[in-house]
Design a protein. Structure first.
Length: 113
């Protein structure tokens, strides 16, 4: 068991989705996404929840990844940090996600533990 995370893009849910990134126990990314979700009105447990990401969200995430400003986040199944390990994955995901949004796709983040 542990924190599993992914991001995907779709134009129409019925037509399937494109996998953009997968992470395992990237707890600070999880904390960042949960903070975003709560700022958008999310309540309760942030588990198995699809979070739509906008261009503005992704630009803010890029800045926080670049400057090492992802929040330290703890959870029983989360592991610890992994910011350095996943930095390139994070940046590649952000770049691809921005391109897909520009092409008319919706980008979502999801996680479960």
């Amino acid at each position: 068991m542990g924190l599993d995370q992914n991001a995907y893009a779709f134009k129409n849910r019925e037509d399937g989705s494109i996998s953009l990134a997968e992470w395992r126990k990237h707890s600070s990314l999880q904390g960042w996404m949960e903070n975003l979700w709560r700022s958008k009105g999310g309540e309760g447990e942030f588990n198995c929840v699809g979070l739509e990401l906008t261009v503005e969200d992704l630009k803010e995430l890029k800045q926080d990844v670049d400057f090492g400003d992802l929040p330290e986040t703890q959870g029983f199944f989360f592991g610890s940090g992994n910011d350095a390990r996943y930095k390139e994955t994070d940046l590649t995901f952000i770049e691809e996600a921005l391109e897909l949004i520009e092409a008319g796709y919706t980008v979502e983040y999801n996680s479960w533990w």
